[in-house]
Write a protein that binds this ligand. Structure first.
Ligand SMILES: Nc1ncnc2c1ncn2[C@@H]1O[C@H](COP(=O)(O)OP(=O)(O)OP(=O)(O)O)[C@@H](O)[C@H]1O
Length: 807
């Protein structure tokens, strides 16, 4: 029967796709001489190169060895055995060994998207493939025996068992009493070899230290548990474990007992997969007891390490939760970090420019195995896999992850270790020399530098240190100078700002000075106005008291002044200078207006009551008119004069009221006048209290005499005083009886209060600095206090000299 053609392919199943990973490299055959003649120089060279070139097996030896062990399929469960009928077909297997160094992984039908397109992956390049029927001894002989030999030869070695959970890692490493694993077989081999050597092959006597511990998760961290003791103070420091118990083992029986006790202590947790939840590490350290120096050197520091990693697991499969989930994460994380370290090493070996990443820092296990993961010591991997279809994903993941590791090379391990030790010794020597040389002067060091190599290195080191020191100093100086420059600029800017502020301050001081001067001028003006007002009031007071004296007319003396002069006369009479006042009045009389003159001439003394009343009315009107003129004048002057205006109004109104009183007093009986003067006393006091020492009730004239200036209308409720100026202006009464009731004390008071805020406001314009306002207040207070004293004096004088009424 002919094979199916391409055209008949539709009826036959499609050919499976096969991927090959890590195909074995064919070693280049050594060149063979063409003839048996005398070899030429070229052929000699080729021969030498062939001899120098490593053989294929030697190349393979230098690579990281990766073994694959396929565990047998688990036997059917007893329940299945008893009840279910025995399946005719064996369970499907996805992983089969298809050679000495390769396996084929076929995607199971259940995982195929297209069942017609089967897919198989072939993984080549393993050091050996152990089929499910392989024994522990087979594994030991191929995997462990070379490592033990190297260990006994003085080289450290590491075996790591990797694989998914339940794949047979623990079985491979520890085995069972009936079927011992790699560790028991190794111990047995070591002690059998030691026994042989002790029987005469080697004169040296060896002993070994055995330790066993595990790294397990604790919360979100990791911790170490010693499996040979109950010590709890175990600390991991720089790839070494402090506090870990190391037990001397001198024979296989002791070692076997220790392994069993450690196995019992190893923490296991019952998960669905019933797996170990920790990374177990066993170390065997060789100690040479002989005094032979060379043997001791070769055996020292040789450690054989076997690591049984916890199996990576999928959460979906195990159904872990809570703490178990944390453990699972820890296990998977450790496996991942382990793989990353090896991948980084491979990348670094492929391309030296790529740095060797420090992934080992991320896990305690990888930190402990740092030297192996960085390629300084030799390591061997044994991958444990399960061949069933159900484990396809785990097996595929592991094979894909680990197959690249086979390309990791261990080249020049001895040289590397020698180089490292040499480097370390050099470094220590240099450090010692540096400590010494630091005490010596730099020139002396340079002089001594040429004597020997160590001294040379030391001097170079010192000079390098000096250079670096100089560089640091330079950078520091630059930084300091930059800072200084910045500070200088800042200080300049600050100085400029301060200057500007100083200038502004001077300007404001000048403005304050000018304001002070202006205020002084205003004060002077106020004083002058007050004096003028006083003079006017004095001249007005003298008119009505003396009527038989001829006076000359004066253009600046008004009838109001004449009216006021009557008050002045009465007051002056009260003050005890009636004669001089009369003389003065006579002289002033000459200046009176013609109408007054006529009036006085007509009936100088024998004036009827009606005429006198008319004269009084005229006098009052004239006073009001005069005061109105004064008020208008003051209002027309700017701001500060408003104060004067208000004061003038006060004065004029007070004078008017006093004038009325005085005139009334002239008409009344002296006893009545004295009674009225008695009523003045409390009135004056009340007025002082009301004014709050702001408006002085009296003023002093140029001659030191005191004149009544402001007696409040309240003091004479029975006698109505003249109405406030504003009222009198607007409603100038033609009838005296209508005017009197409107000029009550209350109205007067209100008028005064209305004027005060205006004057205060205007004053404020000139007294922006508070200090001047305060000064002004002080002056006012002083004047008020003086006025109080004077009013008291006036009252006393009035009491002592009551005004005399006319006969
Ligand atoms: N090659 C083998 N031959 C016979 N039985 C095996 C083999 N490999 C494993 N087994 C059995 O499979 C079961 C699980 O094996 P083991 O405990 O070694 O798995 P594991 O990989 O260590 O799991 P975990 O990582 O979870 O601890 C054990 O009962 C063991 O006896």
């Amino acid at each position: 029967m002919e094979p199916p053609t391409a055209g008949a392919g539709a009826a036959s199943p499609p050919a499976p796709t096969t991927l090959r990973r890590n195909p074995p490299r064919s070693a280049r055959p050594p060149p063979t001489p063409l003839t048996k003649q005398q070899p030429s120089s070229l052929s000699r060279l080729l021969d030498e190169e062939a001899a120098a070139a490593p053989s294929a097996s030697a190349t393979m030896d230098r690579r990281l060895k990766v073994f694959l062990r396929i565990r047998p399929l688990p036997p059917p469960s007893p329940l299945r055995k008893s009840k279910a009928p025995k399946p005719k077909q064996p369970p499907n297997v996805c992983l089969v060994a298809n050679g000495a160094n390769s396996v084929a992984l076929t995607v199971p039908n259940s995982k195929l998207l297209d069942p017609k397109r089967a897919r198989t992956e072939v993984f080549d390049g393993f050091s050996a493939i152990f089929s499910p029927d392989s024994s522990q001894h087979d594994v030991f002989s191929k995997v462990m025996n070379p490592l033990v030999d190297e260990f006994l030869g003085g080289k450290s070695a590491l075996l790591v068992a990797m694989g998914p959970t339940g794949s047979g890692k623990t079985h491979t490493v520890f085995g069972s009493p009936r079927n011992p694993g790699l560790l028991p077989l190794t111990l047995q081999h070591i002690f059998s070899a030691t026994d042989q050597s002790s029987k005469g092959i080697c004169q040296s006597q060896r002993s070994f230290c055995f330790s066993m511990f595990e790294i397990l998760s604790e919360g979100k961290g990791e911790r170490i548990l010693d499996l040979l003791s109950d010590a709890t103070d175990i600390v991991f420091q720089q790839s070494t474990i402090k506090g870990l118990k190391e037990v001397f083992i001198e024979n296989f029986a002791d070692a076997k007992r220790l392994v069993l006790s450690g196995m019992l202590k190893r923490s296991t947790a019952a998960t669905n997969a019933n797996s170990n939840r920790s990374q177990c590490i066993i170390t065997i350290r060789a100690i040479h007891k002989n005094t032979d120096v060379e043997s001791e050197k070769s055996l020292n520091n040789a450690v054989l390490t076997i690591a049984d990693l916890a199996g990576a697991e999928r959460e979906k499969k195990t159904g872990n939760q809570g703490t178990r989930l944390l453990e699972s994460n820890f296990i998977n994380n450790t496996s991942m970090v382990f793989g990353l370290c090896l991948r980084s090493l491979l990348e670094h070996q492929k391309n030296k420019k790529k740095p060797l990443e420090k992934h080992f820092k991320n896990s305690m296990l990888t930190r402990y195995l740092k030297d192996y993961l960085e390629g300084r010591k030799k390591m061997t991997l044994i991958l444990n896999v399960k061949p069933g279809d159900d484990d396809y994903l785990d097996s595929s993941f592991l094979l894909r992850q680990a197959s690249p590791y086979m390309k990791i090379k261990y080249t020049n391990l001895e040289n590397f270790s020698e180089m490292v030790s040499q480097k370390r010794s050099n470094v220590s020597l240099i450090c010692q020399e540096n400590i010494k040389k630091r005490k010596v002067h730099k020139n002396e060091v340079v002089a001594v530098a040429g004597k020997n190599a160590i001294d040379k290195d030391a001097s170079i080191k010192v000079s390098e240190q000096d250079e670096s020191h100089d560089k640091i100093l330079d950078s520091e100086l630059r930084r300091v100078s930059r800072n200084e420059e910045i500070m200088t600029k800042f200080a300049r800017a600050l100085w400029t700002v301060l200057k500007q502020y100083k200038q502004k301050l001077l300007e404001s001081e000048n403005a304050a000075e000018s304001t002070k001067k202006l205020l002084r001028c205003k004060d002077i003006k106020i004083m002058e106005l007050e004096k003028k007002l006083m003079a006017l009031s004095c001249s007005c007071k003298k008119f009505p008291t003396v009527e038989d004296t001829s006076v000359e007319q004066s253009h600046d003396v008004s009838s109001g002044q004449v009216a006021e002069s009557s008050v002045s006369l009465s007051s002056q009479t009260n003050l005890g200078s009636s004669d001089s006042a009369l003389n003065d009045f006579h002289s002033k009389r000459a200046n009176l207006s013609p109408q007054f003159i006529g009036a006085s001439k007509g009936s100088p003394i024998e004036q009827s009551e009606e005429e006198r009343d008319e004269l009084h009315i005229i006098a009052v009107e004239e006073i009001e008119h005069n005061v109105d003129i004064t008020g208008v004048e003051h209002r027309s002057t700017p701001s500060c004069s408003q104060q004067v205006n208000s004061e003038a109004l006060d004065v004029s109104s007070s004078h008017s009221s006093l004038q009325l009183q005085g005139m009334g007093a002239l008409q009344q009986d002296p006893q009545v006048l004295s009674a009225q003067s008695e009523r003045f006393e409390p009135t004056v006091e009340k007025t002082i209290v009301e004014y709050g020492c702001i408006q002085p009730p009296q003023l002093v004239d140029d001659h030191g005499g005191m004149y009544p200036r402001g007696l409040n209308g309240k003091s004479c409720p029975t006698k109505a005083p003249i109405a406030p100026i504003k009222d009198s202006q607007s409603e100038r009464p033609t009838d005296k009886t209508e005017d009197l009731p409107t000029s009550n004390p209350c109205n007067r008071k209100n008028t005064r209060r209305r004027l005060r805020p205006v004057s205060a406001m205007m004053l404020k314009e000139f007294t922006a600095p508070d200090i001047f306002l305060d000064t002004r207040k002080e002056e006012t207070v002083k004047l008020s206090s003086d006025a109080i004293g004077r009013s008291d004096k006036l009252i006393r004088l009035l009491k002592a000299h009551p005004p005399r009424g006319r006969a």
